[in-house]
Design a protein. Structure first.
Length: 474
């Protein structure tokens, strides 16, 4: 008990010294009481009856700024000899009520086993006494290597007792929060002491150990920067390559970042950790670039990839341009099946020639099959692309069109021949019957044919001649 009394006495003396030396402590006894015209007087002038009178005192426990009242804190009241008078906890509104004699006391505020406030008071009337604890606001600003605020970083606050431990797993978490668009996060009501701040964004990007003895603002420069890439083709005009997929692999072999280039061929990553990265650029399903980059040194980089310009003019067999022709591009590649290799194609996209029969496109290096279809014409060429290419694709009549023409014209030709043969057969038959009639007349005149047979055959021949002669006239 004597040892505890000494500790309490030392705390009371310390609070008086802080009152004189540190304006932030500012423990003014007049602020702790609601004064009235009839109360007051010094300790030397109070009577014996006043010292034995019990006053209703309410302690109001707040943070250092006095804008928030704290619940669940242990409030202990001691006399000047270090003897505990009473003890309890602040309620939901930060109040703690007591009945005390009119004299001086020492008040100690604890959070668990930690002393978070100490103040000497003098009671000579009923009222409310404001006790400010050492609970301060802590503002943390996280910036990247360029000084810009980091949005969405997780700021973790650890207490002093845990910093001395060897493993992070043994740390006791005080609080964590995400930074706003300015990179700022605020922790309220942090007790005085030493703390460790850890900033994470996928992995730890910043750490700092601080001592809090008042409202504090800390800026942490984090291990994070930006990377801006511009992808250009190998065409004569070095066109920007849009919609290319850019992948960044860190030095540990993990895929760190991924994105698509815009219409200007640009892509910007704002959450890059300084490291050696392997960059992969894919376009049209093919890898067109791979290389290494030290992001800590190079932050704005132009990359030229082997993507070339292809210009083709589509013409018919007579050399006339075929406008609005459908052009199909396929990538040709070798596929291994067992010990054999087979040439296969993969469709990429379709184009349409302009009014002058031209098409213009960008393609990565490789082998391509270009096919054209326009009405009855078709054509196909294979292009091995290692540089910018300009050429002519001459189309011919499609083979299936020849087959179709043959299938359509053959029956017509046969029908025409049959009709012509039938047309030529009638005059020959007419002439034959004429000759037969003349022979009949000659034979009758020579007496070789009887009259009855002659007359019958003559009527038959004349009827046939009449029939054939009428058709001829028609």
């Amino acid at each position: 008990m004597k040892k505890e009394s000494k500790i309490i006495y030392f705390l009371l003396l310390s609070s008086l010294m802080l009152l004189m030396l540190n304006p932030r402590v500012n423990v003014a006894l007049e602020e702790g009481f609601q004064s009235s015209p009839t109360s007051g007087g010094s300790n030397s002038s109070k009577t014996e009856s006043e010292s034995n009178f019990l006053y209703n005192v309410t302690f109001l426990i707040s943070n250092w700024l006095g804008d928030q009242y704290l619940r669940g804190l242990n409030v202990s009241v001691y006399d000047l000899h270090g003897n505990i008078i009473l003890s309890g906890f602040s309620n939901d509104t930060g109040h703690f009520s007591a009945r005390l004699e009119g004299k001086s006391y020492g008040v100690i505020i604890r959070s668990s086993d930690r002393i978070v406030g100490c103040q000497e008071i003098y009671v000579n009337m009923s009222g409310t006494i404001f006790i400010r604890t050492w609970a301060y606001p802590l503002n943390v600003t996280c910036i990247d290597q360029e000084g810009s605020g980091i949005l969405g970083a997780v700021v973790i606050l650890y207490s002093q007792s845990d910093i001395a431990n060897a493993t992070i797993g043994s740390y006791q978490l005080v609080g964590l929060a995400k930074t706003n668009k300015k990179g700022v996060v605020t922790f309220n009501n942090i007790w005085n002491g030493t703390y460790k701040i850890v900033v994470e964004s996928g992995k730890i990007i910043g750490e700092k150990t601080i001592n809090i003895d008042g409202p504090k603002h800390v800026t942490i420069k984090c291990n994070r920067t930006f990377l801006e890439l511009r992808i250009l083709t190998s065409a004569s005009m070095m066109n920007p390559l849009s919609n290319a997929t850019v992948l960044l692999q860190d030095s540990a072999g993990y895929m760190a970042l991924r994105g698509l280039t815009d219409q200007n061929g640009c892509i910007k990553f704002s959450n890059v950790y300084p490291d050696n990265y392997t960059i992969f650029v894919d376009w049209l399903g093919m890898q067109v670039f791979s290389g290494t980059l030290n992001v800590g040194v190079d932050k704005i980089v132009e990359i030229k990839v082997p993507v070339f310009e292809v210009a083709l003019k589509i013409i018919d067999p007579l050399g006339n341009p075929l406008s609005n022709s459908k052009v199909l591009l396929k990538r040709a590649f070798l596929r291994r099946v067992g010990s054999n290799y087979f040439m296969e194609t993969l469709k990429l996209f379709e184009l349409e020639s302009n009014k002058n029969g031209f098409i213009l496109c960008l393609l990565p290096s490789g082998t391509y099959e270009v096919s054209c279809f326009s009405g009855i014409y078709s054509g196909k060429i294979t292009v091995s692309l290692t540089d910018n290419y300009s050429g002519v694709l001459q189309c011919s009549v499609q083979f299936n069109m020849w087959i179709l023409l043959l299938l359509v014209s053959l029956p017509l030709s046969i029908l025409s021949i049959l009709m012509e043969r039938r047309r030529l057969k009638r005059p020959l038959e007419y002439r034959r019957y004429q000759n037969m009639l003349l022979n009949l007349e000659t034979m009758y005149n020579n007496g070789l044919v009887e009259y009855k047979i002659y007359r019958k055959l003559r009527e038959e021949y004349e009827t046939k001649l009449m029939e054939l002669g009428g058709r001829r006239r028609r």
